[in-house]
Ligand binder design. Structure first.
Ligand code: NAP
Length: 249
């Protein structure tokens, strides 16, 4: 039997990479999307293959529709019909108040974090939905505790982009529930990855750890565990929900 196929956007580093590795261990063929760092994606593919799994790396900026279309076509051609999409690619920006934010910044944030996730979900539905001749599937969207907290004085734009992801999860789940597709989200808290450095503050997660009821940051592995559970048949009656994995934050 052919293995089920999962596409993980931003699968080359951090939470996406931990998810790719775990999904491969669970028997998925894994398409690992990345934006710029081809080496990280290639190394992960090699690690999965060395462990007996199946994987491919696929470049695309999810904020560019033409690149998303090419990415899905490459996955179709190389691995076959998609069973799972993990909408994981996401960015933060430098710490700023709203009264300091440019329109360029806001448009980039929304293009990558919101429009990118919507377009990837659209392409997945076109392949998975029984309405389009597909045999069903699963979509998991990466939100953030920021959607609840609002991230004042840090990045309200990022928090709002994740609020949009929560709404995508609720609405799309209802839209395609009868078409064999489950749609859920995971809302990570402070997780030890390189995303904080990309926002200009590599130690951010550790500095804020004291605000977490469990008094520590989380690991990418702990988020991957929730994502891969939602992907699995163990979550067969779960749709339209977003799970907080935040140490109580
Ligand atoms: P990360 O360590 O910064 O990794 C980001 C991944 O996304 C990389 O694989 C990167 O590829 C890729 N990427 C970035 N921009 C992209 C684009 N435009 N198109 C395609 N891929 C792109 O991030 P992370 O911490 O694992 O975060 C993953 C998700 O979890 C994000 O949606 C984030 O918002 C969410 N989240 C994270 C935390 C946290 O504390 N870490 C908390 C809440 C939510 P390259 O290697 O090519 O750059």
């Amino acid at each position: 039997m052919n293995p089920p196929i999962v596409l993980i956007t931003g699968g080359s580093r951090g939470i996406g990479a931990a998810t790719a590795w775990l999904a491969a261990q669970r028997g998925f063929a894994v398409a690992i999307n990345y934006a710029r760092q081809a080496d990280a994606a290639r190394q992960l593919v090699q690690r999965i293959e060395a462990a007996g799994g199946r994987a491919m790396a696929v470049q695309a900026d999810v904020g560019e529709e033409a690149q998303v279309l090419r990415m899905f076509a490459e996955v179709d051609a190389k691995l076959g019909r998609l069973s799972v999409l993990v909408n994981n690619a996401g960015i933060v920006d430098m710490k700023a108040r709203l009264d300091e934010m440019s329109v360029e910044r806001l448009e980039r944030m929304m293009r990558i974090n919101v429009v990118g996730a919507f377009v990837c979900a659209r392409e997945a539905v076109r392949r998975m939905s029984t309405r389009h001749g597909g045999s069903g599937g699963v979509i998991v969207n990466l939100s953030s505790a920021a959607a609840r907290i609002g991230s004042p004085d840090q990045y309200i734009d990022y928090a709002a982009s994740k609020g949009a992801i929560d709404t995508l999860t609720v609405g799309l789940a209802k839209e395609v529930a009868e078409e064999g597709i489950r749609v859920n989200g995971v809302r990570p808290g402070l997780i030890d990855t390189e995303i904080h450095a990309s926002g200009g503050d590599a130690d951010r997660a550790f500095q804020l750890a004291h605000t977490v009821p469990m008094k520590r940051t989380g690991t990418a592995q702990e988020i991957a565990n929730a994502i891969v559970w939602l992907m699995s048949d163990e979550a067969s009656y779960v749709t339209g929900t977003t799970i907080d994995v935040t140490g109580g934050r």
